[in-house]
Design a protein around this ligand. Structure first.
Ligand code: ADE
Length: 360
């Protein structure tokens, strides 16, 4: 069945399937820190953190973030650098910036109350169709669909659809098709769909149809198509960038560079780096061009970091500079920071995590 057919005929999931799903969820749900709360702020933070990050990785960040920023007002007011520090290691920092922009909007436009309305939620910075549906249904019990990649996989298999789930149109169609299946307990339904996708209807042909409450109605389970469905068109290969990373330090201080305010890792502090893989002979002049006077240079290990669209292939050097170096001629955005200060206050993206052990 195609989503467009589903829209005009019976609900995507018949009432018996919905009931079986909700019963299964009540008995099998994982206890997660953002479950068992109806606080829209907490649910919003959890959904944004979970967008690109695994549940286990999110847990400690979630606790720390909420301990320091327990409500919308606190998030709207926190200094940017502190916000980045709370997000350090989670990656995709634009999520944190968007959260703060949206918090400011909620303060100004909605008197600090997160709106109980799907369209109003959707208008907040960083809140797309999925997140608006998740907050609306989980926090406010609104019958709103929340269809992310995992839920798309469940639906494509359930209906035996070969539509390409990488396409935005497919996602939109499934979202609308799902709407009429959502029961009164919309929050449990959303979480149950997410849970089935995460723990039972898992990717790569490893679906556990034997324990799935939806199996009696599922086309892919019946026809053994879980290895084939869903169909997802290939992504563009990532661009590879070669970088030479520099740990420039004098024992007490380390050089950092502030990235431009637009683009990848916008506005974050990074270890200074140069395009290409520089040889040890090329290094002293390159380091002088950044405004430092190198005393000793040593090659350390290589590292890679994978972003959504780019892959960094890094080689790296430690560069010893004199303790009396005054930093008078440092290039734009370059600074020398006391090591203790660096650890406490500066968020260095995890792209550099192979090298943070050198920052002591
Ligand atoms: N992934 C996205 N949202 C989630 C949630 N509420 N619980 C578990 N995993 C999720």
């Amino acid at each position: 069945m195609k989503p467009e057919d589903a829209q005009s005929v019976a609900p995507l999931l018949c009432p018996e399937a919905v009931e079986a799903l909700l019963d299964w969820y009540a008995a099998n749900r994982r206890e997660l820190p953002w479950r068992g709360t109806a606080d829209p702020y907490r649910i919003w933070i959890s959904e944004i953190m979970l967008q690109q990050t695994r549940v286990e990785a999110v847990k400690p960040y979630y606790a720390r973030f909420l301990a320091e920023l327990p409500d919308v007002a606190a998030l709207a007011a926190v200094p940017e650098q502190r916000l980045m520090k709370l997000w350090e290691g989670l990656g995709y920092y634009s999520r944190a910036r968007n959260l703060q922009k949206a918090a400011k909007t909620v303060m100004e436009r909605y008197g600090g109350q997160i709106p109980a309305d799907e369209a109003a939620l959707r208008s907040l910075c960083g809140v797309g169709d999925y997140t608006a549906g998740a907050i609306a249904s989980i926090a406010f019990g609104i019958r709103a669909p929340a269809v992310d990649g995992n839920v798309l996989r469940v639906l494509a298999r359930f209906c035996g659809s070969y539509d390409d789930i990488a396409r935005q149109e497919t996602k939109k169609k499934w979202s609308e098709a799902l709407r009429s299946s959502i029961p009164a307990d919309a929050g449990s339904f959303t979480q149950a769909m997410i849970e089935i996708g995460a723990t039972v209807c898992v990717p790569n042909g490893e679906a556990r149809c034997g324990v799935c409450p939806l199996a009696p109605w599922c086309v892919a389970a019946r026809e053994q198509l879980t290895g084939v469905l869903p169909v997802r068109s290939g992504k563009k290969p990532r661009r590879v960038e070669e970088l030479t990373v520099l740990l420039i330090r004098d024992g007490a201080r380390t050089a950092l560079h502030r990235r431009p305010s637009k683009g990848l890792l916008a506005g974050l502090y990074e270890l200074p780096n140069l395009p290409g893989h520089l040889t040890q002979d090329e290094l002293p002049d390159a380091v002088r061009a950044l405004g430092f006077e190198p005393l000793r240079v040593r090659r350390i290990e290589d590292a890679r970091h994978i972003f959504t669209h780019v892959e960094w292939h890094m080689i790296a050097y430690t560069v010893q500079i004199a303790p009396e170096f005054d930093g008078a001629r440092l290039g734009a955005g370059m600074l020398l920071v006391d090591n203790g200060e660096l650890r406490a206050r500066y968020a260095v993206p995890s792209a550099f995590s192979a090298y943070t052990k050198y920052l002591s």
